[in-house]
Ligand binder design. Structure first.
Ligand code: NI
Ligand code: MN
Length: 224
């Protein structure tokens, strides 16, 4: 499983010859490592409809024909815009040609009336990745990790809208993923946070968890 950080909460996964984008906010993203017009996608996973997550989803999906996977309300809104969408909901799990996707709870607004925000657990090639989306800390992260032990967790650390560094360290303590990558920080001053402080905390309290800090554009390969 190849994981490329595109900046903010935008991630590209390459699995089984398929390209998945998660929350492709690229245009207007000061940290974006690629242009929306240059990315390919077979699937786009959208955690919620705030602009820094829905981002360029509709344009990319219209250009590439990618299937959008999200909660029913967000997927429905995307379908109304003429895209191919697969509606799921929190707690649901579905098999696709690249592997499975589970929608996880996320304590956050959906950005669309009547909707819910979510996170994702993607399983493919024998590896499991958790992208928390935007969320505050919640105790059932422990349950998620018990059901779906994680090879890699991508967690927001920027505070204000989501968990901050301290809360994200607590999340790692509960979930014990094999690896963790911080995201959703320093895009704007309001979510300024130090990923090195997060890494030190993880190394101190969870020495069995490897913390990987990716710069936008960098790729991490989960190979064992
Ligand atoms: Ni949000
Ligand atoms: Mn956000």
């Amino acid at each position: 499983m190849r994981v490329t950080f595109l900046g903010h909460a935008a991630v590209r996964l390459d699995v089984k010859g398929q390209t998945l984008l998660i929350d492709p906010f690229l245009t207007d993203n000061p940290l974006a490592s690629v242009k929306a017009g240059d990315v390919e996608a077979d699937y786009i996973l959208v955690s919620h409809a705030h602009a820094d997550h829905l981002g360029d989803t509709l344009d990319i999906a219209k250009r590439t024909g990618a299937t959008i996977i999200s909660t029913a309300e967000v997927a429905g809104m995307c379908a109304e815009q003429g895209t191919t969408s697969h509606a799921m909901h929190v707690g649901g799990k579905q098999r696709f040609d690249f592997g499975t996707v589970r929608l996880t709870p996320a304590f956050h607004g959906s950005g669309i009336s009547g909707g819910l925000a979510c996170g994702f657990i993607v399983e493919s090639e024998g590896k499991r990745l958790y992208h928390a989306g935007d969320t505050g800390l919640f105790g059932d992260m422990r349950l998620l990790a018990e059901i779906e032990p994680m090879d890699l967790a991508l967690l927001p650390i920027g505070g204000n809208f989501t968990m901050d560094v301290e809360d994200a360290i607590r999340a790692v303590q509960m979930m014990r993923p094999r690896r963790v990558i911080p995201m959703h920080y320093a895009t704007w001053p309001v979510i300024e946070a130090d990923p090195e402080e997060f890494k030190r905390g993880v190394e101190t309290y969870c020495p069995d968890v490897k913390c990987v800090i990716l710069k936008p554009g960098e790729t991490y390969v989960i190979d064992n």
